[in-house]
Design a protein around this ligand. Structure first.
Ligand code: SAM
Length: 361
């Protein structure tokens, strides 16, 4: 349906969707067969922590799947310390040598792609997506024009919520912050340099930064020390004591043991679901509907209902564009409003208008 919208390059080398929200929203059990949009691969790996039967990691863009293959091979074959070094959490001048231990486990296409892109491996693959590069420019060159290193570090120290609000109001929320943030994350600059332009096709407003400024205020004021998205965005790296879930020391062996339950498919979701009328039970759909019209979105919902069993659950996001199913499906699929409200409040990935949690009756 929309293959031409995504080029064969890495747009996301990490997932920018909150894994806690996904784990809670999907309510995964041992019988679940999940379709999970690959993107940076992190959240598909994280889903294994809940012990599902099978995961189809699906992405229309093969490069995103090549990245997941590489992350899988690294989890399978490297020690924990080497895994963190290889991916880019720790510095490392040995990544190409480590790659030689991993490449034989990749599919032919993936191996060929990475052989042609070893410079990305040398940089640490979690840093090489279009969005991660854009965030790096922000943390290296823009944020230092707004706040000192000390102020940024202070943001992530433990404080009461009251102290955090006070810090935001008195220290952080300066005119420079609002001005430079609004320029850097404007629709024009972000769609040209940070994300895929197609994601903005249905965004009707030119001012997207008022929305981001309100959302990021919440993330700055509510437990920023726990927010690894915010930490990466502001510092260009992770705090090792607060890594994304799939990279935590206690979680890696569990993921490693279950990793063969992931099957990787490079295809548009609409095509895949039609060709595989198997009963899937859970869907991690990211914000794939953002590039689609309301009608196209509705057709995918109908196909998903066809391909699913009762009680199937879906988590998907509206970033800047409102997308969900038509009312005519209300007697089959419903919004889990109670969970939605709770999880939207908890959500650490602050960019989004709304996270939807739906289930099929
Ligand atoms: C939709 S993007 C969004 C990522 C992030 N949340 C954001 O707002 O920028 C996530 C992934 O979905 C994939 N994708 C988009 N449309 C798809 C489709 N119809 N079928 C399968 N994958 C799709 C993209 O290739 C990308 O890797």
């Amino acid at each position: 349906m929309n293959e031409q919208k995504w080029k064969n390059k890495i747009y996301y080398s990490q997932c920018w969707e909150d894994p806690y929200v996904l784990l809670e929203g999907l309510e995964i059990n041992k019988e679940d067969k999940i379709i999970s949009i690959t993107s940076g691969g992190c959240n598909t790996l994280t889903l294994l922590l809940k012990d599902p039967k099978e995961i189809i990691a699906l992405d229309i863009n093969s490069a995103q799947n090549y990245l997941l293959e590489l992350k899988i091979s690294a989890i399978k074959h490297l020690s924990y310390d080497n895994l963190l070094a290889f991916l880019g959490i720790e510095s490392c001048d040995n990544r190409i040598n480590l790659y030689s231990l991993l490449k034989n486990d990749l599919s032919k296409d993936s191996q060929e792609w990475w052989d042609n892109n070893t410079k990305l491996i040398a940089q640490g693959v979690i840093h090489v997506g279009k969005l991660e590069r854009y965030f790096r420019v922000f943390s290296r060159f823009i944020l230092p024009l707004i706040h000192s290193k000390k102020t940024v570090q202070f943001l992530f120290t433990q404080k009461t919520q009251e102290q955090q609000y006070e810090f935001y109001n008195k220290k952080w929320n300066t005119w420079r912050w609002r001005f430079l943030f609004s320029i850097f994350f404007s629709k024009k600059l972000t769609s040209n340099n940070g994300r895929n332009k197609q994601l903005f096709k249905y965004v009707s407003t030119n001012n997207i930064t008022d929305h981001y400024l309100i959302k990021i205020k919440n993330s700055i004021c509510i437990e920023p020390a726990k927010n690894f998205f915010l930490h990466y965005m502001f510092t260009g790296k992770y705090d090792k004591s607060n890594l994304p879930l799939y990279l935590r020391k206690e979680n890696v062996p569990i993921i490693r043991e279950r990793i063969n339950r992931i099957q990787i498919v490079s295809e548009d979701i609409a095509t895949y679901i039609k060709k595989n009328p198997k009963k899937y039970t859970k869907y991690n759909l990211s914000n794939i509907f953002e590039t689609l019209s309301v009608e196209e979105t509705h057709v995918i919902f109908k196909d998903i209902i066809e391909a699913s069993g009762y009680n199937a659950r879906l988590v998907y996001i509206n970033h800047l564009v409102d997308r969900t199913f038509y009312e005519e499906l209300n007697n089959i699929i419903v919004h889990d409003i109670k969970n939605e409200d709770l999880l939207n409040k908890q959500n650490m990935a602050f960019f989004y208008k709304k996270i939807h949690i739906d289930y099929i009756k």
